[in-house]
Design a protein around this ligand. Structure first.
Ligand code: KIV
Ligand code: ZN
Length: 526
């Protein structure tokens, strides 16, 4: 069933609309920023997954956001593409400009409704908030038939007033009314009763789909979303791996598998191809550098691992004694050992497809060449290696700077030293030398002298991508610059090279954002 059909009979259907905001709420979390190319890659994975709506960004927030939403709207077919906007004419026009070429577009307008936001952030009366909300929806409807309205901080808004706001925006033409728990404050029973109240008191509620958008500050985002669905919400807003502001958003994979595994209890179904969940999770983890904890529900490495003898015994006797879902249901049943140096292009292409990494022909050529080079150095090339080399080539494409070579001297009596050669996109080759407490610190300092950027190292992590003494290292670096946080990743069998690549990637992200980046009045931001 399409979203249009869903909206002709809101509330009366058992279809749960999955609204993914990985590229908007997820991406705006510190350290989760993605490049244009990475966003497109994630958008393709979301379309494969079968999400109904992709919230692709906040076009008025920056030129980069605008360009990404616009490219996703032009390229992605299947899901509706959504852009966020404040209830300001300028924002809404900008959102529509970015969305206009989508197969199906949605404009999502929002304004805060809770007393604390009205008083301290907006400095607006109740009446003025309603007036602006209605005006925002009306303007959005002039451009687009599919308009969603969010009452930011709805979970802390007076119930009666919230019902009034939502009735007014439905009257103005909103087809979806979203009830966000913006600060992750709600409790499941309480949130469910709020939704039940709205179903009873919003007089025209049958003309809209009720949506929920829960943050995870108390670890309750999924529980609150499911409680709301039990109470009649028919859209959930979520992100892959639950990435998002602070503790994150409702995790898409968890809410989808809960609804599927307990379908008899929940009474709703989604359009998600659950076998794409694990590949999508891995992709988002690799792109953002935010690792999935081993014990994370549904997609964590240990989610299906049975260690205790008594569990293993039960599993051998009957799988369902200890397993309510099968690893293959979420796309985890793949073989770990994949390719070697004799593997051909055809096998490589197949593996890329099954990892959810869609590549065009030139990208495939580049990735295949990188694979051959890696296979010469490593006996066995695993899925994780292939993901790493594809993402590394994505990162190299967008960068202003690239690491060409690095020579290290460390372990002696004095400080470590690094000699780094980097290449600028304009062809300049620059070398620099620096010392530091260790080889990594020396390499970062040498890079600083080349780029001249003043950035503060906030965190540095290194891990092996696979097992084995020939494993690639993955370095993740987070730096602060201009009040914002940027992340970079690097992959190489040499961990100093991986670290330098990660540092350069973070710097490239700063450079990519600098031209044309605009921020709006923080007092009114989401
Ligand atoms: O958390 C929130 O309230 C939001 C809205 C903009 C939907 O992200
Ligand atoms: Zn949010």
């Amino acid at each position: 069933m399409g979203i249009e059909e869903q909206q002709t009979a809101p509330g009366a259907t058992d279809r749960l609309v999955v609204f993914d905001t990985t590229l908007r709420d997820g991406e705006q979390a510190p350290g989760c920023s993605m490049t244009h190319r990475e966003k497109l890659r994630v958008a393709r994975a979301l379309a494969d997954l079968g999400v109904d709506i992709i919230e692709a960004g906040f076009p008025a927030a920056s030129n980069g956001d605008f360009d990404s939403v616009s490219s996703i709207a032009r390229e992605i077919r299947g899901p509706a593409i959504c852009g966020l906007a404040r209830c300001h004419e300028k924002d809404i026009r900008r959102a529509w400009e970015a969305l206009q070429h989508a197969e199906r577009a949605r404009i999502h307008v929002f304004i805060a409704t809770s007393p604390i936001h009205r008083k301290f952030k907006l400095k607006l009366s109740r009446e003025e908030v309603i007036r602006r909300a209605v005006e925002g929806v009306r303007i959005a409807r002039e451009f687009c038939a599919d308009v969603e309205f969010s009452a930011e901080d709805a979970a802390r808004t007076e119930r009666g007033y919230l019902a009034e706001v939502l009735s007014a925006v439905i009257e103005a033409g909103a087809g979806t009314i979203n009830v966000p728990d913006t600060v992750g404050y709600a409790m499941p029973g309480e949130f469910a009763s709020r939704i039940a109240y709205l179903r009873e008191h919003v007089h025209n509620v049958d003309q809209a789909v009720i949506s929920v958008h829960c943050h995870d500050d108390l670890g309750l985002a999924v529980a609150n979303s499911l409680a709301a669905v039990e109470s009649g919400a028919r859209q959930v807003e979520c992100t892959v791996n639950g990435i998002g502001e602070r503790a994150g958003n409702c995790a898409l994979e968890e809410v989808v598998m809960a609804v599927r595994t307990r379908s008899e209890h929940m009474g709703v179904t989604t359009n998600i191809d659950t076998t794409r969940l694990y590949p999508a999770s891995r992709l988002v983890a690799a792109v953002t550098g935010v690792q999935v904890p081993r014990n994370k529900a549904v997609v964590g490495d240990n989610a299906f691992a049975h260690e205790a003898g008594i569990h293993q015994h039960g599993m051998l006797a009957h799988q369902e004694t200890y397993e309510i879902m099968r690893p293959e249901d979420v796309g985890m049943g793949r073989s770990r050992l994949v390719l070697g140096k004799h593997s051909g292009r055809h096998a490589f292409r197949e593996r890329i497809g099954s990892l959810g990494l869609e590549l065009d022909e030139p990208e495939l050529d580049r990735a295949f060449m990188a694979f051959k080079q890696l296979a010469d150095r490593k006996k066995q090339v695993y899925d994780e290696d292939i993901e790493a080399l594809v993402l590394r080539s994505d990162a190299a494409e967008v960068g202003e700077w690239r690491v060409a070579g690095i020579a290290i001297r460390s372990g002696g009596p004095g400080p470590a030293s690094a000699e780094v050669e980097v290449i600028h996109a304009d062809g300049r080759r620059v070398q620099a030398q620096a010392t530091g407490d260790g080889p990594v610190a020396a390499a970062f300092r040498a890079i600083d002298t080349v780029t001249g950027l003043d950035c503060e190292l906030k965190s540095f992590d290194i891990r092996n991508v696979t097992d084995g003494d020939d494993a690639q290292g993955e370095a993740v670096v987070t730096v602060g610059h201009g009040g914002r946080v940027f992340q970079g990743k690097g992959f190489d069998t040499d961990i100093i090279v991986a670290s330098a690549q990660a540092y350069i990637q973070a710097i490239n992200r700063i450079c990519a954002l600098a031209p044309g980046h605009t921020t709006f009045d923080a007092a009114e931001s989401a």
